[in-house]
Design a binder for this molecule. Sequence first.
Ligand SMILES: Nc1ncnc2c1ncn2[C@@H]1O[C@H](COP(=O)(O)OP(=O)(O)O)[C@@H](O)[C@H]1O
Ligand SMILES: [Mg+2]
Length: 315
Amino acid sequence: MTATPASRHFQSIDEVQSRFAERGYVADRMLATTMFLATSLGKPVFLEGEPGVGKTEIAKVMAEVLGAELIRLQCYEGLDSSAALYEWNYTRQMLELRLQEARSVQREQIGRNLFAEEFLLQRPLLKAIRSGSTVPPVLLIDEVDRSDEEFEAFLLEVLSDFQITIPEIGTLRAERPPLVVLTSNRTREVHDALKRRCLYYWIDYPSFEKEVKILRTRLPQVELRLAGQVCRFMELLRQQEFYKKPGIAETIDWARALLALGLTELDTEATNATLGCILKYKGDIEKLRQLGLDGIVTMALMPGHDPSAAPAAFG
Ligand SMILES: Nc1ncnc2c1ncn2[C@@H]1O[C@H](COP(=O)(O)OP(=O)(O)O)[C@@H](O)[C@H]1O
Ligand SMILES: [Mg+2]
């Protein structure tokens, strides 16, 4: 994409990491590098990964860090260009028409100016293009894999020059292109053409160390030892085939529930009672019980994974 770089750059990759950390987001070096390049090259970022690994959150944190407005386009099946771009505000147009009639505007003048920009309902893409703010917005195009291929082709066009043509008005161009973050949960492959124009980054489930760090960042009340047990349990769980594996949000929710129950150490009974925080499908819960919850809890409690024994590695 030929867009000019976003106006404000980070000085370094370290700065990206530390400013994300200030806002509670634990960013790997590689992710921080990708975000650094996105702002300095003015390229969209394409983040792909399983649900719950922190893709959407990156865009939110990025907007906060840059002091930019976050504009979100949530994709879904059947999303079409008008819902993403603009629609005419018929109510306002009708009202204007009535007013003109009441004002006894000359017959041939009536309705002349009804297709001006003020009668547009801006949807996210147009909003991002027309943002008058001095700091370009962050445009989050979330879960693009849910939209149809046709919509993808349309996106490609919009993202390649940040301009759109409205037949009644003409071509509208972004003065300052937004910083674009696309995400995909990979329920289907997104077309190469779209990915090729972006900085691509695959976000995996976090390592044990990273997840402990995230959990303690988001929930400082949780003791390092319990955090280790929770994250180890999650790590073991993700090695199993589930219909929907738990993401980081589930880890945080679960730890919060355990704290609310007054737990300082994981046990089978409490885990069993709180499984609904982790798995959201009846079949998955049944499968876990079949696998033997007790065994997994026992494994999660084994020494060797206790971060409180070597706290320095867990920030
Ligand atoms: N690296 C991280 N640092 C801090 N919190 C994170 C991180 N990754 C995920 N989270 C937490 O997990 C939650 C789910 O992340 P989200 O961005 O919604 O996932 P996705 O969009 O990939 O499905 C977020 O609300 C956030 O609290
Ligand atoms: Mg998301």
